[in-house]
Design a protein around this ligand. Structure first.
Ligand SMILES: [Zn+2]
Length: 340
């Protein structure tokens, strides 16, 4: 074994040594690719392609690897796609006769109606375990996962591109929202703006959650009663209203009341994490300079980045564009969010 095993060695004839690249490929099993930046990922990929080409000229490897992750070319691929391309290439080098199958890129089984999300860019099978880039649930080897298309301007100026997501987050999270999905939606909407936009299914989840005498008795509810909000939620469910806006202070009260009433809830940890970040935005514990960052999304992003108590939410960052129910002007539905 070479001491500088991380580098790709080049034989006297100019081709990378098969054995050394195998070492790199094997390293993918034990190494967290998330530590590698784009130049290093490109370097590994190029070395892998050379190894494949030295072994077999056809089929041309790069298009096959690109299609396996739902792209036509790896040119311009971001770090999340480059990491996945490396997993595909590593698997192919281990089994040279098994050409990587293309990712599914159309005819997704999507829900209809207000719970529908945009068509994903692709759906494929995880070649290595990881966690979902939105809900943080584990994605095991062999599980379906996929990505959305890259955000277009002006959305890409406000929102961070999500990485690979579990099937639920990609297709079903708005049609069959879990409490987890609701909390994540609240977090990203409050990071991005002054209100949380919910579809009727999400309103129903929140309504059922709040419909609890213990929550009504909390100090948070007593100080800022949510009776009118629960009526609005019930109406939105009954009328199948596409978007209902919950203003920032109301959403914040709901989080506090739910956290105080149900300390042992299965999503209690996530609820505490969301509440911690929302509280950080109010209290600015790391002293973010508001003259530089203002009081809007850049401020909240910076508070999140510098939080004294990092969580997986702060590690993923944001805000993520969770589709629809975001800008009332753009949607032409719902009521104007109140200023938070
Ligand atoms: Zn997920």
């Amino acid at each position: 074994m070479q001491p500088d095993e991380g580098k790709t060695h080049v034989d006297h004839d100019g081709t990378p040594s098969q054995g050394t690249f195998d070492l790199d490929v094997d390293l993918l099993q034990g190494v967290d690719l998330s530590r590698f930046t784009e130049p290093r990922l490109h370097q590994l990929l190029e070395a892998g392609f050379r190894v494949r080409l030295a072994d077999r000229k056809r089929p041309a490897p790069e298009p096959k690897v690109a299609r396996a992750i739902g792209l036509n070319t790896l040119h311009g691929a971001d770090e999340h796609d480059l990491r996945e391309a490396l997993h595909v290439l590593a698997a192919w080098l281990r089994n040279p006769s098994e050409t990587p199958p293309p990712a599914k890129r159309s005819r997704f089984n999507r829900p209809e109606g207000t719970g529908q999300l945009p068509a994903p860019r692709c759906l494929t099978t995880a070649l290595a375990p990881r966690t979902c880039g939105l809900c943080n649930d584990p994605i095991k080897t062999g599980d379906e996962m996929g990505r959305f298309r890259r955000l277009k301007p002006p959305l890409d100026r406000t929102f961070i591109t999500m990485s690979w997501l579990c099937r639920h987050c990609l297709l079903d999270r708005r049609e069959q929202p879990r409490r987890r999905d609701l909390l994540i939606r609240v977090f990203h909407h409050l990071l991005a703006g002054s209100a949380v936009g919910l579809n009727p299914k999400e309103c129903a989840v929140l309504h059922i959650w709040l419909d609890n005498p213990a929550i009504r008795q909390t100090l948070a509810w007593q100080r800022d009663p949510l009776d009118a909000t629960t009526v609005r939620l019930a109406t939105s469910v009954a009328e199948d209203k596409p978007t209902t806006w919950i203003a920032y202070p109301t959403a914040s009260t709901a989080l506090r009341a739910m956290a105080a009433a149900e300390p042992d809830h299965p999503e209690a940890r996530l609820l505490q994490d969301v509440l911690q970040h929302v509280t950080d935005w109010d209290t600015n514990p790391s002293g973010v300079d508001t003259r530089r960052y203002g009081t809007g999304t850049p401020y909240r992003q910076q508070v999140l980045r510098t939080t004294p108590r990092p969580t997986w939410l702060s590690e993923l960052g944001g805000p993520f564009f969770l589709h629809k129910s975001f800008d009332p002007a753009e949607e032409g539905v719902g009521e104007e969010p109140e200023d938070g």
